[in-house]
Design a protein around this ligand. Structure first.
Ligand SMILES: NC(=O)C1=CN([C@@H]2O[C@H](COP(=O)(O)OP(=O)(O)OC[C@H]3O[C@@H](n4cnc5c(N)ncnc54)[C@H](OP(=O)(O)O)[C@@H]3O)[C@@H](O)[C@H]2O)C=CC1
Ligand SMILES: O=C(O)CCCC(=O)O
Length: 482
């Protein structure tokens, strides 16, 4: 399968509305993780390049932010339509650079585009307030203003959606942006920028700096005084570092970091629905999402029944190159991801876990999806993000134990549980220390709901009516002498 519109494959960075090389002239290759074939190469930019992009974004900020919201909205809406008109080509490109099955890439393009559509609408609804006055002869008015130049750093697992759900609200609010996509997956971002330009986005409002020197680019974005906001999705380790660096200029920050999602099946659950939900939740993107079920916890009474049903479904998942039809699970992103998954499984096996489905012997970067039983909280995978197609199934025997095990982690992003008892549903949902809870549901991502975590999973919310606030400052004006 190949792309019809070859113009969507870009091999340069995008700065000031121009397709740009690195000052140094350096480039690096982008490879398909399924077979290591080189797709193209992109500029390997450095501190000097990103500094220039920041200055351009700063230069454009006054014009973009003072444009009528309705006009910004129209450009975003046009961009949304172009993304959807090119859904298939963008999906092929995404599968080539990232490996996920084509059907998931199609889904991600629609999901990614939905943030642009949603925020094209929200752009027109940035309301202020009139506060009842506290003293005679005075008036208080509250307005919201765009934060300013925004630095955006995104991961490889959702090469388009992680960008659009930051860029959508940022542009809608009136901010200009400098984006550093993941080094492995810059092509979806560049294709989206190409379409943004076609939609009429003025030069310099959206800039993409490609680089395989993340720390150099990150340092500049987080310490440059012209950047007023940092929005990051990725590992907790890097998120903490960026937070620390951003402290030097006290930037506003949004962090969407790692997760360790529990997926709890109570004894009164619809076991068939729970097994189906666990498949979607665990194996989406070959398990490489921060909201994937990382720990499946099942009540003792229904444990064997669940494992049997779930295992039957896992055995049916087809592994292969994401571009081939019918594939459910593609390759992992790179060799270090394969190594990390193997090590976590090996640690569990050594501590007594049983591998009941799949294999810990990858073929290249492809794993047969695994189900592990006899797992416990002493194993490393209980507390670490697996980020691979491995489903450990833990046992519990009371609601209290399920809640305690679920919350026994430094992370607090997504959680899921299955039950049909309304009293239990409220109690458990309120007790889970997570930003998001799926109840009898394994897929929770949508542009209309606030996505985000608590504890070391980060801060801030993306999508929904709340998402745009991350890119706005509140100002209050007190008028006296009336
Ligand atoms: N919450 C989530 O959605 C995600 C969580 N993860 C977790 O993190 C693990 C590691 O994945 P990985 O891709 O390495 O995640 P990282 O956090 O390393 O990467 C995410 C983004 O941050 C960039 N980055 C890396 N180091 C720095 C730095 N010092 N300064 C500024 N930016 C930096 C990366 O650039 P570059 O690509 O150039 O290295 C990428 O753009 C995964 O196995 C998973 O557990 C990973 C991805 C997403
Ligand atoms: O893994 C991530 O980085 C975000 C999860 C994707 C989503 O469901 O929005």
């Amino acid at each position: 399968m190949s792309m019809k519109n070859k113009d969507l494959l870009r091999s340069k960075a995008f700065v000031d509305g121009k397709w740009t090389d690195a000052h140094s002239g350096k480039t690096y290759d982008i490879k398909n993780p399924a077979d290591d074939s080189v797709i193209t190469s992109v500029p390997d930019m450095d501190e000097e390049d990103v500094k220039e992009a920041i200055e351009i974004a700063d230069r454009e900020f006054p014009k973009w932010s003072s444009m009528l919201a309705k006009d910004r909205s129209e450009i975003l809406d046009k961009w949304y339509r172009l993304l959807m008109d090119n859904q298939e080509d963008l999906a092929v490109l995404m599968t080539m650079e990232m490996g996920k099955p084509l059907k998931e890439s199609m889904g991600e393009v629609a999901y990614g585009a939905s943030f642009i559509q949603w925020f094209s609408e929200e752009a027109k609804r940035v309301y202020g307030d009139v506060v009842p006055n506290h003293a005679q002869g005075k008036r208080i008015v509250v307005i919201k203003q765009p934060v300013g130049v925004t630095g955006i750093i995104t991961p490889w697992n959702f090469p388009l959606a992680m960008i659009t759900r930051k860029v959508g609200p940022a542009l809608a609010a009136g901010c200009t942006v400098v984006i550093k996509p993941a080094q492995d997956t810059p092509l979806s971002a560049l294709a989206a920028a190409y379409l943004a330009q076609k939609a009429g986005l003025p030069p310099g409002v959206l800039n993409i700096v490609t680089s395989n020197s993340a720390s150099e680019i990150g340092k500049e974005l987080t310490t440059n005084k012209l950047v007023k906001k940092i929005s990051f999705t990725g590992s907790t380790k890097v998120g903490k570092m960026l937070m620390e660096q951003s402290a030097s200029t006290v930037k506003k920050i949004s962090l969407e970091l790692g997760g360790n999602a529990p997926f709890v099946v109570f004894e009164d659950a619809d076991i068939e629905a729970a097994a189906e939900g666990a498949i979607a939740c665990k194996f989406r993107n070959a398990g490489q999402t921060c909201v994937c079920a990382n720990r499946i916890l099942v009540h003792d009474k229904v444990y064997d029944q669940f494992v049997e049903k779930f295992s039957e479904k896992v055995k049916k998942l087809k592994v292969g190159n994401g571009l081939d039809s019918g594939v459910d699970i593609g390759p992992l992103i790179n060799d270090s991801a394969v190594e990390k998954v193997s090590e976590l499984v090996e640690d569990a096996l050594q501590k007594g876990a049983k591998l009941v489905v799949g294999s810990n012997k990858p073929e290249g970067r492809f794993f047969d999806p695994m189900v592990l039983t006899d797992v416990n909280d002493e194993m490393e995978m209980f507390s670490k993000e697996i980020f691979g197609p491995v489903a450990p199934v833990y046992r519990f025997s009371s609601d209290e134990e399920a809640i305690e095990l679920s919350n026994k982690t430094k992370f607090g992003l997504a959680s899921y549980f299955y039950s049909r008892d309304i009293g239990r549903i409220w109690k458990v949902a309120e007790s889970l220390q997570y930003g998001m809870v799926g109840i009898n549901e394994g897929l929770i991502s949508t542009e209309v709901a606030p996505f985000g975590g608590v504890k070391e999973s980060g801060m801030g919310r993306e999508g929904s009516k709340y998402g745009i606030d991350e890119y706005l400052n509140i100002k209050y004006m007190l008028m006296g002498g009336l």
